[in-house]
Design a protein around this ligand. Structure first.
Ligand SMILES: Cc1cc2nc3c(=O)[nH]c(=O)nc-3n(C[C@H](O)[C@H](O)[C@H](O)COP(=O)(O)OP(=O)(O)OC[C@H]3O[C@@H](n4cnc5c(N)ncnc54)[C@H](O)[C@@H]3O)c2cc1C
Length: 457
């Protein structure tokens, strides 16, 4: 049997930065990483907009899985803040969480990110403009690597790590079992034992994580899902904001239901993409730092948070059902002009073609009002009109809305201040723990457990 000091499940940011920090502090430790998806250079989504126009539901989604995790083809926006992106600070304290995120930023800068811009919303004139229009601009510093530089950083990290850490790609872990000395990891073909195990399986590993928690009697809770659309409009409409802030996290409280609608994952001059989580196709976005790869459009999500109370517990199931409905009607992602939505009619190929905004994702023209619950849709429409006041043109009838965008929150796994489960030596980190929802928080959680393990093994 293969024995390791530390086994890491998942090669997303959580797994990568734990391996990095372990190697840095304790190069004497024998460490391996198991990853369901491919090595970085083999990750390729088959959608080319030409022969393959929409998701063909690959066995492992190249966007979500493989070295780099869901972050590999992300926009590489590292938000350095405790205001959103996760609740790591509730476990490690606000100061420590910020310090860890800044440390991750330093690693990224030393591995190819140098020269990329760090934006900040602190003391910006937009704060006042937003407040005057009933919008709240949240505080954050954003390091924008862009999809291209993000890839280079990952490549450099991998080249450094692979000399000392064993990587097993295309190797999903099936079971984690507790043993007297530590843990036993079972894959389809082999078994591996370890003293400490770090599980960092992200959003794509959520069902698997749930199964592991059931098998090991680790308590979990799940009560939130964010549902909405991805907005795409000419980049000039948002350029004042995006040129100065790059990403602005803006929150609006709707008049009708007093729900909170927020902007999420803003991609100036970017592209809308579809993503496949456990067979369900939803929408996302990214952008490149390289001007040659940029588009004429900016995209961002508008999301409404839905919290459930007892007896309903399956918030992700609710989000999935809505996403399935859009997949059923549109065969994948649906796109609709804002003007068609408010007029109560579906969009057609012709109406989209005649519009001002050229879609960056080949989605099926349709009617989002047949998919999204009224309360959520009303909130999104209200927010589009509110944003129109600070970025005139947002409520243009040709603005495109892609649906659905669902932000699934992994169930929250019960872990302590060391991110350790009730089973000593089993750490659950990153988005898979439900504690983080972003690149910076997931990476920071990896560094944090690695330091703890390095001191205690
Ligand atoms: C298109 C896109 C754009 C995004 N843009 C941004 C952004 O700009 N900024 C931001 O902060 N966040 C962004 N995100 C979110 C961000 O990518 C995640 O928050 C982050 O990657 C979480 O890191 P993680 O390590 O916890 O999980 P992940 O990155 O999801 O990595 C988990 C890894 O575990 C693997 N895995 C799962 N189950 C198993 C198993 N049983 N055995 C072995 N391996 C397994 C998966 O294949 C995956 O590679 C984006 C996400 C997407 C999809």
């Amino acid at each position: 049997m293969n024995h390791y000091d530390v086994l890491i499940v998942g090669a997303g940011p959580g797994g990568i930065y734990s391996a990095y920090e372990l190697l840095k502090i304790r190069p004497d430790l024998k460490v391996a990483v198991f990853e369901r998806g491919h090595a970085l250079e083999k990750r390729k989504c088959p959608i080319d907009g030409d022969k393959v126009k929409s998701c063909i539901k690959c066995k492992t989604c190249a966007i979500m899985s493989g070295f780099g995790g869901a972050g590999a083809f992300s926009d590489g926006k590292y938000n350095l803040t405790n205001d959103f992106g996760g609740t790591l600070y509730e476990y490690v304290g606000k100061k420590k969480a910020m310090e860890l995120m800044e440390y991750v930023d330093d690693i990224n800068m030393a591995h190819g990110g140098e020269g990329t811009k760090l934006y900040t919303t602190a003391n910006t004139r937009f704060k006042k403009i937003c407040i005057q229009n009933e919008l709240n601009l949240l505080d954050a510093s954003v390091r924008h690597l862009g999809t291209d530089i993000n890839y280079i950083v990952l490549e450099n990290l991998y080249n450094e790590l692979k000399e000392h850490v064993d990587f097993f790609f295309d190797t999903p872990v099936e079971h984690v079992e507790k043993t007297e000395e530590g843990y036993l990891i079972r894959t389809e073909k082999d078994e591996y034992s370890c003293r400490k195990c770090i599980v960092s399986v992200g959003r794509s590993g959520s069902s698997w994580m749930e199964k592991v928690c059931q098998e090991l009697d680790i308590p979990t809770k799940s009560n939130r899902v964010d549902i909405g659309v991805r907005v795409e409009l000419p980049a000039v409409v948002f350029s004042e904001l995006t040129d100065e802030l790059y990403e602005s996290k803006i929150v609006y409280r709707t008049e009708k239901f007093e729900d909170r609608v927020r902007t999420f994952c803003m991609n100036p001059k970017g592209a809308v993409v579809s993503e496949n989580t456990n067979g369900i196709v939803t929408v996302n976005g990214h952008s490149y730092e390289n001007p040659d790869l940029q588009t004429e459009n900016t995209n961002f999500a508008l999301l409404v948070a839905k919290h459930f109370s007892l007896p309903f517990k399956d918030s992700n199931g609710y989000g999935e059902s809505i996403a399935r409905l859009s997949n059923m009607l549109g065969g994948g992602v649906i796109v609709q002009r804002f003007g068609d939505l408010v007029r109560g009619r579906r969009s057609t190929e012709k109406r989209i073609e005649e519009g001002l905004v050229i879609p960056t994702l080949a989605a099926t023209p349709g009617d989002l009002s047949l998919v999204l619950p009224k309360r959520i849709l009303d909130g999104i429409i209200e927010m589009i009109y509110a944003l129109d006041k600070i970025a005139p043109g947002t409520a243009n009838p040709d603005t495109l809305l892609y649906g659905v965008e669902v932000k699934f929150y992994n169930m929250e796994v019960s872990i302590d201040e060391n991110l350790e489960s009730l089973h000593k030596g089993l750490f659950i980190i990153g988005d898979g723990s439900g504690v983080t929802h972003s690149l910076s928080h997931a990476s920071a959680s990896g560094v944090y457990v690695a330091r703890y393990i390095a001191q205690n093994i």
